[in-house]
Design a protein around this ligand. Structure first.
Ligand code: DNO
Length: 354
C-alpha cells in the first residue's frame, strides 16, 4: 500500500504518512522541473533518500509529465522524447521501477467544484457536466491543485488553437510515436510504465481524450506489446462510466501482465456524465470496492496500489482530494479487505488440499 506525497510543500508530511497502518511506499515526483526537461539523477536521489530517511520507500513516480508538443506531434517532440528517456534512465539508476503518466491534452483530471458539501458536513470533489460545459478555461475559471502543469492565459489560448485540428486518431498516432520511442528505453532499464486513464474518460472543452475504456486500453497495450507498456488502473477515473466494469478490467489486463499500478477510490454517479467523489467504502458510492479488491487478490496483484482522492473531513484544510484523514481511512479499509481476502484464499487452498 502506497500513499501520494506532493513533496516538501505538502501539508501531509512523511512523518504522518508513516503512521498510517500498512502504508510502506510513497508515490511522488519532482515538482520544480519544467515539463519536458530531463530530471537530473542527483535530484531523484535526494527525493529517494528523504523518503527512505522516514522509513518509507519511493515506490512510484507519478507523474513524469508528457510535454504538449509530444501530444500535438510537433517536430520539437523528438527532443522532449529524448529528455523523457534520459529521465527514465536516471530514475532506473536511482532504483525507481515504476513511472505513471497520462496522455490527456492540456488538462489533467478535471472537476467542476472542489468543495461540494456532503450531507455529513464533509466536502468532496464533484464533476457536473453541465457546469463544465459552461466554464471557459480561457478565462482562468479552471485551475486545480494537484495538476503537474499550470498555464498562463496566453499560453492556454495558444494550446487550444493548436489542438483545434487534432482528432482522436491524430492523438493516437502521437501516442503511438511516443510509446514506440519510450517503451524500448524503459524496457532496457526495467522501468514499468503505467498510463493513467483520462479523468473524466470523455472529451472535455472540445479536446480529445482516448484512454477511456477497455477497447482503448487494449489498443494502447497493443501499440507495443511488453509488460513495461502497462496501465495504472484507476477505479475512480474509469468507473464514472458505468460501462467500464472495473473488476473485469483488472482480471483481463492483470492476466496479460499489464497492470503495473492501481489507484483505488470510489465515486458516486449522480447523473449523465456527472459524479461526486465519496469515501472509499462500497456502500458510499457506485463502485463495489470489495469486488475490485477481490479481482486484485484473484490475479495475485503484487504491484503498488494507493488510496486516491479523499473527502475533506475533521476540519482538515489542504489540497482538495489529497488530505490526510480520508485517504488514510481509505488505505486502512483497503488493507483490511486485502488481509481478509488473502487469509480466505489460503484457508480455502488448505482445505482443498486436505
Ligand atoms: C489525480 C491523479 C492524476 C494522475 C495523473 C497521472 O488525482 O490521479 O493527476 O496523477 O493523471 O499522470
Amino acid at each position: 500500500m502506497t500513499f501520494r506525497w506532493y513533496g516538501d510543500s505538502d501539508p501531509v508530511t512523511l512523518e504522518y504518512i508513516r503512521q498510517i497502518p500498512g502504508v510502506t511506499g510513497i508515490v511522488s515526483a519532482i515538482y520544480d522541473i519544467p515539463v519536458g526537461e530531463a530530471w537530473p539523477y542527483e535530484k531523484i536521489v535526494e527525493l529517494k533518500e528523504k523518503i527512505e530517511n522516514h522509513g518509507l520507500s519511493l515506490s512510484v513516480i507519478e507523474s513524469v509529465p508528457v510535454h504538449e508538443d509530444i501530444k500535438l506531434g510537433l517536430p520539437t517532440r523528438d527532443q522532449y522524447i529524448e529528455n523523457y528517456k534520459t529521465t527514465i534512465r536516471n530514475l532506473a539508476k536511482a532504483g525507481v521501477k515504476i513511472v505513471c503518466y497520462n496522455f490527456m491534452p492540456v488538462f489533467d483530471w478535471t472537476r467542476s467544484s472542489l468543495d461540494y458539501a456532503l450531507e455529513d458536513g464533509s466536502t468532496a470533489l464533484i464533476y457536473e457536466e453541465e457546469k463544465v460545459r459552461q466554464m471557459n478555461p480561457l478565462h482562468g475559471e479552471l485551475k486545480l491543485p494537484g495538476w503537474d502543469t499550470s498555464y498562463e492565459d496566453g499560453q492556454l489560448k495558444n494550446l487550444f488553437q493548436q489542438y483545434q485540428h487534432i482528432t482522436e486518431e491524430d492523438l493516437w498516432e502521437n501516442l503511438s510515436y511516443f510509446i514506440k520511442a519510450v517503451i524500448p528505453a524503459a524496457e532496457n532499464e526495467q522501468v514499468k510504465m503505467a498510463i493513467h486513464p483520462d479523468d473524466p474518460p470523455w472529451p472535455i472543452f472540445g479536446l480529445p481524450r482516448i484512454i477511456t475504456n477497455k477497447e482503448n486500453l487494449e489498443r494502447l497495450i497493443n501499440l507495443y506489446d511488453s509488460s513495461f507498456n502497462g496501465l495504472c488502473l484507476c477505479s475512480g477515473s474509469l468507473g464514472v462510466n458505468s460501462t467500464n466494469d472495473i473488476p473485469e478490467l483488472i482480471r483481463y489486463f492483470g492476466k496479460k501482465g499489464k497492470v503495473n499500478f492501481v489507484h483505488l477510490r470510489n465515486i458516486k454517479i449522480i447523473g449523465e456524465k456527472s459524479f461526486q467523489e465519496s469515501s472509499h467504502r462500497s456502500e458510499d458510492g457506485s463502485l463495489d470496492m470489495y469486488e475490485i479488491v477481490r479481482a486484485l487478490r484473484d490475479i495475485d496483484f503484487a504491484g503498488p496500489a494507493r488510496p486516491d482522492h479523499g473527502r475533506m473531513i475533521w476540519g482538515e484544510a489542504g489540497k482538495p482530494g489529497y488530505g490526510l484523514y480520508d485517504r488514510a481511512l481509505g488505505a486502512v479499509y483497503l488493507n483490511g479487505m486485502w488481509e481478509t481476502l488473502t487469509k480466505e484464499k489460503k484457508r480455502i487452498a488448505f482445505e482443498c488440499n486436505k
